[in-house]
Design a protein around this ligand. Sequence first.
Ligand SMILES: Cc1ncc(COP(=O)(O)O)c(C=O)c1O
Length: 391
Amino acid sequence: MLKNGLEKQEILRILEEKLKLDKLYDSGSILGSMCTEPLDLGIEICMKYISKNLGDPGLFLGTTALEQELVSEIGELFGGKHIMGTFTTGGSEANLIALRIAKKLRPDIKNPEVVLSQSAHISFDKAADLLDIKLRKAHLNEDFTLDMNHFESLMNQNTCGVVGIAGTTSLGLVDPIEEIGKKTDGKDISFHIDAAFGGFVLPFLENLNLHSSPWDFSVKSVDSITADPHKMGMGVIPTGGIFLRDKSILQKIGFEIPYLAGGNFKHLHIVGTRPGGTIIAFWAILKSLGINGFNKIVEKCMDNTNYLVKRIGGIKGIKIATKPVMNIVGITTENGDTICKIDEELRKRNWMTGKFEKLNLIRVVVMPHVQKVHLKNFVKDLENIVKILKF
Ligand SMILES: Cc1ncc(COP(=O)(O)O)c(C=O)c1O
């Protein structure tokens, strides 16, 4: 650490230099991220209220009330009434909270298990490890959808929870939520939906008549939903969210915090101190965009998604892995050869996509920062690579 502090100008200069290493969303090269540039208003509001700490809600009663208002608005967007919930550091923390709830509500099960798809995000492996839960992962069908027969066969007397995914990390697919729900009906099993990515896509796809199968609280056995503002919600990092049907959960299994300046309270979080600014920012983002603003964002993402799908269809040697449900496109090889070489060549040309080796696919997430011109350039490089590698 320096003995004497530097002038602001000098600090800014050094940072400018050091952060040149970072990729920028608007450069067009980030094609594999589920985050994007937040709405400008969100950044402004977040900075204004940056010191609000929801880890001590008694000190920030206004921010706490705003969080609850936001939760209930989102709960309604997700087909629920009087939904409770809270914002988290992201989908991983929200999924960890969901698995903890599933375990805690079934103290009678000595060796708790959770059934979910092989497509489930790595955050469930982390949560299971931390909570000492056994994950039972159901196979996928040829078309990457969930094998429901296998899923059902994994449920047994140790099952404390099941998870349905509404927007898989690899391909954006939606599990058959109603069908999973039927398997939990009348059983004392928590049913959690991971819509970390899909939560702020699916309601708008429905408005655009581009999706219809129920995935949210409209399915009566759904107990909780993860949905992240810092993905397709245009929110500021870090903002994840968990939404719960049962208001009594907090009292039942919340952690009591005994020492706070604002007075004791209970929470479900893993973190203590947590940002209020990002949540106030998301409140402002929802007010600013409204349903129509989100419809437009999602419509543009889907238009670009369809453009990419069409262009990939014209390249011999590669193909799309499956028809996209949302703004995620998986690209694989036609003859089953490894996709890794293509990924390597793309990276050399500065394209930052995600690679899913087990599924042998490259993933393009067509986020709001991705423009058609970026995709045109990407396809041009992809065409050349496929030719050079002689696929
Ligand atoms: C479906 C899904 N769930 C959870 C997560 C974890 O979210 P985070 O990175 O915000 O913790 C992701 C991240 O990509 C995801 O795709």
